[in-house]
Design a protein around this ligand. Structure first.
Ligand SMILES: Cc1cc2nc3c(=O)[nH]c(=O)nc-3n(C[C@H](O)[C@H](O)[C@H](O)COP(=O)(O)O)c2cc1C
Length: 469
């Protein structure tokens, strides 16, 4: 169905559209399940809400959290969710997605320690000492999308025609060696150790969105490698690194945010049907999750799509990034895909807490749909990303009023995504405009310059090709 912007004033209008599109998206009159605790081994979560990881691009050059980072997490902590899944944080310098990505290393450990302390303190001050937040830090290597100095410096698990041609306009991807991957396992483990010392409850070995560890899961064409080809080799990095961290830091939760459907054709995509890249095939993701659970994962985060390729898959939106076309699907179809895939994973592991996402596009009307998902065993935890930037208080408001304020919700305008793309500090340019409107203007200007530069380079490349005999 064609794309359409959100225009639903109430649940009935939304439900009519859902039924018109023939989608399976039940909703519930009773949302109290969203405020029920969730029991994990050795831990109780206060409610079903999770602030999802959202890169802020506001660290200082050493990777230390800045005042803006502290502000973001304080707002999240005061928002009332049971868990905060901290953003993608680099484990090595060359793996940063931009010069302002968080980077955990011995020199920045104290900054992270303070961040954890102040985040917990903010929650305690507002809700009392019983408000025990679960804090997970996402550890990452940005791989193909590394830009440690601002320009592309891709480090890849395998060559990939869907990205290599575009990247090669500015920088040739470098294939990471097996010996470097062996050493990288230790860097992830060292970063996990620092996270434990900083006071996080757990770490996530980020395996989503086409970044290095996610790309390894699909590295069928990686030549002569212990980390490529068959399934056992492709999952080796994630399995061995998880094992290593579990062994070295037994008290630390180890989990992963896993893209279960890359939506690019095999042999380059993970979780896709061999014949049709638009169709998920969750057999490998489910096998992998089973093994991770046997290793001791107490929960798992699910994601899908590669934002650099088709950003609407992971984040259904009203407006695209500058220079991009609207997708050829209704955003509700995107929300329904999220729900379907999370359900399939949750049904395969009924007692495993599965963190879902994709609710922000539904604006103030998401709670009844999220409640039905939890009630019917389609997800255990409801993650929100863009909503957390726009309306960090959503959990408090919902608990107090039973409804959300439509004037405060995320408008899925892609401004925050645009800011991340250009490496400017990320926040909501609409609802937190005093700080982020100016940042968005800067991002927009940069994005337009990048567009112009890309067009020029493409034209020059074409002229060069045409000149060849
Ligand atoms: C600006 C921005 C930054 C993001 N950063 C991360 C990240 O660091 N790690 C991650 O796993 N996902 C990241 N995501 C994806 C979100 O966690 C989430 O999956 C996505 O936005 C869909 O949820 P939503 O509809 O509630 O926004 C980011 C998304 C946006 C828009």
């Amino acid at each position: 169905m064609p794309h359409e912007r959100f225009h639903f004033s109430d649940r009935n209008a939304l439900e009519r559209k859902i039924s018109e599109l023939g989608l399976d998206m039940p909703s519930s009159d009773d949302i109290s399940v969203l405020f029920s605790p969730l029991y994990m081994p050795g831990r109780t979560l206060l409610n079903r809400f999770v602030v999802l990881p959202m890169e802020g691009a506001d660290a200082d050059p050493s990777g230390k959290p800045s005042d803006l980072t502290f502000r973001r997490y304080k707002r999240f902590a005061e928002g009332g969710s049971g868990a905060i899944w901290f953003e993608a944080t680099s484990v090595v310098a060359e793996a940063r997605s931009n010069p302002h990505q968080l980077w955990i290393q011995p020199e920045t450990k104290k900054g992270f320690q303070r961040l954890v302390k102040e985040t917990r303190l903010a929650a305690h001050r507002k809700f009392g000492h019983d408000h025990d937040l679960l804090l997970i830090l996402q550890l990452t290597h940005s791989g193909r999308f590394a830009r440690p100095d601002g320009g592309p410096a891709p480090i890849v698990a395998q060559s990939n025609p869907f990205f290599d041609s575009e990247r090669s306009l500015s920088s040739q991807p470098r294939l990471i060696l097996d010996s470097e991957l062996d050493a990288l396992q230790d860097r992830f483990a060292a970063a996990a150790g620092l996270a434990a010392e900083a006071g996080f409850d757990g770490v996530d070995i980020k395996a989503c969105h086409g970044y290095l560890i996610s790309e390894l899961l699909a590295a069928r064409t990686r030549p002569d490698s212990r980390y490529g080809g068959g399934f056992e080799n492709r999952i080796r990095f994630l399995m061995e690194t998880s094992q290593k961290i579990r062994r070295e830091y037994p008290g630390l939760i180890v989990t992963s945010r896993l893209s279960v459907f890359d939506a690019i054709p095999q042999p380059y995509g993970f979780g896709v049907d061999a014949e049709d890249a638009e169709r998920p095939d969750l057999r490998e993701p489910i096998e992998l999750i089973g093994r991770l659970v046997r290793l001791g994962y107490p929960l798992i985060g699910i994601s899908l799509g590669i934002p650099a390729h088709r950003s609407h898959l992971g984040r259904p939106y009203d407006k695209p990034l500058i220079g991009q076309d609207l997708p050829a699907e209704h955003p509700l179809e995107g929300v329904a895909r999220w729900l379907r895939l999370t359900t399939e994973i949750q049904k395969a592991f009924p007692s495993l807490p599965v963190v879902s996402a994709g609710y922000s596009w539904l604006r103030h009307l998401f709670p009844p749909i999220a409640a039905a998902a939890v009630e019917r065993g389609k997800a255990s935890l409801i993650g929100l990303g863009r909503e957390a930037l726009a309306y960090p208080d959503w959990t408090n408001d919902l608990a107090a009023e039973g409804i959300l304020d439509p004037r405060r919700v995320c408008l899925s305008c892609s401004k925050c995504s645009q800011m991340l793309r250009t490496g400017t500090p990320v926040g909501c340019a609409v609802r937190d405009a005093a700080i982020y409107q100016a940042e968005f203007r800067r991002a927009r200007k940069l994005a337009k310059e990048i567009q112009r530069d890309k067009k020029k380079k493409a034209k020059a490349a074409k002229r060069h090709r045409d000149r060849k005999p």
